[in-house]
Design a protein around this ligand. Sequence first.
Ligand code: NAD
Length: 274
Amino acid sequence: MPALVNFWSIVLTLDTEEMTMGRLAGKVALITGGAGGCGLAASELFAREGAKVAILDLPTSDGANVAERIEQAGGSACFIATDVSDATQVQRGVQEAERRFGAVTVLMNHAGTIEVGPFLDTCEDDWDRLMAVNVKSMFLVTRAVLPGMIAAGGGSVICTSSISGVVGTPMEVLYCTTKGACHMFSRAIAVEFRQQNIRSNAICPGFIGTAHGRRELELLREHGTVISDDMLQNMQGRLCDPIEVARTALFLASDDASFVNGAHLFVDNGYTAA
Ligand SMILES: NC(=O)c1ccc[n+]([C@@H]2O[C@H](COP(=O)([O-])OP(=O)(O)OC[C@H]3O[C@@H](n4cnc5c(N)ncnc54)[C@H](O)[C@@H]3O)[C@@H](O)[C@H]2O)c1
């Protein structure tokens, strides 16, 4: 009988450990734009799943409070104020993240913004700004993170793209162009770094109920590209919830996605399937 009791107590201990360890236990995650919208949802979820989370977001963001809340809830997080379109700030930000938590093994390139307007009214500055925030940031941050990730034995890179990477929307030529670039950035990284045990995938959400998503819909309507509530209902049923993007990112970050590499994972409830 004592042997039987011992057996069950070992099984129960293992179960409890597995449950409390989390799907990202032992991983260090760096999330750009991790203080707002889906980035915030991912920061909180990744921390709950056991990752140490470095949030790189603008100095004006809520990053410090987000990191503090995570720590108070028993997780590990830090906020490093960084404009991820700026090379010097990125270099410093990634070094600081590595100093705090060690090599980054999960990178979520999420920071991004929107530009809506008639193509013929857009100027060179609009192009440069959007390319810098949505695309150059991925180049800068990924380039800074990869040496450490390779030395650590591998990891997962997740790039937030959009349905706009494959669907053209009037008034969004610049935005669609940046998301097309995110699509191929994540795919080419997947191929070049496969032998170093690094996976790279893109998440492509439809319209999400975040500041970015609401502003996008408002601006499109202002410029006459009417995406009415009825149309949205037909195309994707409802607005996507930020946690639905975060859960997809969790899957790609975790070892559950160990053979998923170079994928474009659409989180759009069939928007692009129609
Ligand atoms: N919301 C949508 O409908 C939608 C749909 C598809 C894809 N996306 C993509 O999701 C990403 C962000 O969307 P969200 O809905 O979570 O938006 P959000 O606006 O709620 O959050 C974006 C976060 O990025 C940060 N950020 C912006 N510029 C930055 C910079 N230069 N440096 C550091 N941080 C910066 C912001 O401060 C903010 O915290 C973008 O890449 C966007 O293209 C959004």
